[in-house]
Write a protein that binds this ligand. Sequence first.
Ligand code: GLA
Length: 740
Amino acid sequence: MKKLFSIFALATSLAVQAQEPLVIREMKMQQGDNMAWKEMKADDSQWKTISVTSNWDNQGYRMDDTFVWFRKTIRIPKSMLDKSDQKGDVLFDLGEIDDADEAFLNGKRIGKTGRFPSDEGGYSSNWSARRHYHVAANQINWDGDNVLAIRVYNGGYPGGIVSQGLRISVPNSMNSVDTRFSETLPEGKKLADCKVSIANRSTQSVKADVEITATNLETGKVLNRVTKRGVTLGKKPYESVVQYDRQQMVRLDVTCRNAKSGATTTSTHIPKYILTPDAPATPRYNGPLVFGVRPGSPVIFRLPFSGERPMKYTVKGLPDGVTYDADKGTLSGKTDIPGDYRLTLIAENAKGKTEQTFTLKVGGTIGLTPPMGWNSWNCWGLSVSQERVLSSARALIDKGLADYGYSYINIDDAWEAAERNADGSIACNEKFPDIKGLADWLHSEGLKMGIYSSPGDYTCGRYLGSIDHEQQDAQTYNEWGVDYLKYDWCGYGSEFGRYNDHSHAGYIAPYALMGRFLRQQPRDIFYSLCQYGMDDVWKWGEFVDANSWRTTGDITDTWQSLYDIGFNRQPELYPYAKPGHWNDPDMLIVGKVGWSDRLRDSRLTPDEQYTHISLWSLLASNMLIGCDIAQMDEFTRSLLCNNEVNAINQDILGAQAKRVVLDGEVQIWMRDLADGSKALGVFNLGTELLTVDCVKYAGQLGIIHRPSQVRDLWRQKDLPLNTTSLVIPAHGVKLLKVRF
Ligand code: GLA
């Protein structure tokens, strides 16, 4: 393995080193809300002591929908100020605060993030924002006592201050410089723009020389270098736009140097780049080769053909009772007669015509390939509404994702009313004025609707669960036209929940109960278990009629989370995946996510996103898009709409990949495919670009003779058969299909 570049050079400050920060790991805590608690003289002697490195739920407290105050008296040494090349600014890094906060130093406000219920616009969580509050140096009692007071509002589980210790430091003149990058990939254009914005979070502005270098990461060639001298870096960002070929892997290095003191900060970024080739204008089939429906259940299926519109469809071989719509390309109706119906799907447009053979399997098993679609949680969290769901559903069609088999539109938590109807049936809250209308519209487009509940009194978001109403809820889902249920343990197991039988049977019981009632409905409801993998759910999920089961806790848009869930927690699970029953490592974290009404670009690098989609395809995972599709850019669309990559996920053999090579930073996962070939993911989990010697692993992969075809699935190009090494970027992947 040859190390070429280190692409994860963190933003660093050289030349002038500021003193080590003061770190606070514990504070005093009191539930309630009293503005007098911000004052230095307030008495906190009776308050409890709590760690600020973990949420309070982890420390045995449950405080929801409430204010909690934190206080700490701190002595701040003046030597910190003396060691910096600037004297005006002190940084309070408070980590993440769940959900909104207002911080005070010596009685004066120093920062606020998120909104409290009484604020204009109402409560809004911003738990994941890093709290960096800058305080003028003359506000500090140097070498004396200072009181930091933080007013926190938590809207729902979990809550508290989650940091690596609150850090108080006097940054040097460059430490507070914050460089951000954002790409625009205009539709159909070869060149993309990456905007570099350099702001200074300090209360003082600073003059710097700024250098921006663009390098082709694969060849090492410097493409462009621009230097600008004497730039004023202040609150208003300095901006520069770099153009790059959107199909090239480019690295941008930005260096800012204080000409006077020599303090320097650098940051590095790889802008989004597109590997998936454009789809042809002629019709092309991009979906699964099989669809399962139970006898008597409505068939809901949209033919996933890409290509220029308008398109005309013909379907041959349908059983009596099932029909197609020639303009929309949807199947509907039902049949009572089990069997494998061999269909021919035909699509024609002005540019050409194509035919695809396909099996409609009318029998006992649904979910014959992993479900593909969208779920509201990773973007909207509890701020989901019918309008937001509809907007993603429309975009799923308009942006062509439905032409790649994405068909479920799933509403996660926060659709439920505060109370049940008088007859005990579940109702929607005011954000969902017409759920049946929504389902009807989705069905008319050949799409399916999913919903969310819990076997407990409460869901994770503290909405009503299904306990004591399981049968009634299953009936309501049928009346509304629900096609997917995510059933989330949460409130069932909480300290208020009714979970008391800790045996194997105790874990199974609530899921078996709902499974039974879902099966009694005259429609197919994909049953998705969400209990984070407890009691080895993969060993019994199938027997409660589950079609998939979450294998871990919640994913978030960081490499650490992706690595832990994807690479650490899945290797042993392959024996349990098969058509109709899938391991679910949680929803996708590409595109604009945020778990609230504040969305941001996924924090994964482009290569981490290629790794994510490749691994989920190899793992035969549920493919539920977690971002707002209406705001989806070309890069994210290209990640989700690569027909050759998706074909791995949807392969009808349903064999989940095994990890066959684990060699330092290199992992190779291999999956058997229905046509006898193999899908191979060669991953580089390290932080440096690597050249992986494939010959070295031939034995472990069971490759005894030269393959007849090796295809790079992202680029959709065959590789030369004498390829012996692969260049793989940091946290990146080569996804291959190998035929022998
Ligand atoms: C749990 C689940 C998430 C989401 C939330 C909703 O955390 O694991 O996927 O459904 O609950 O409250």
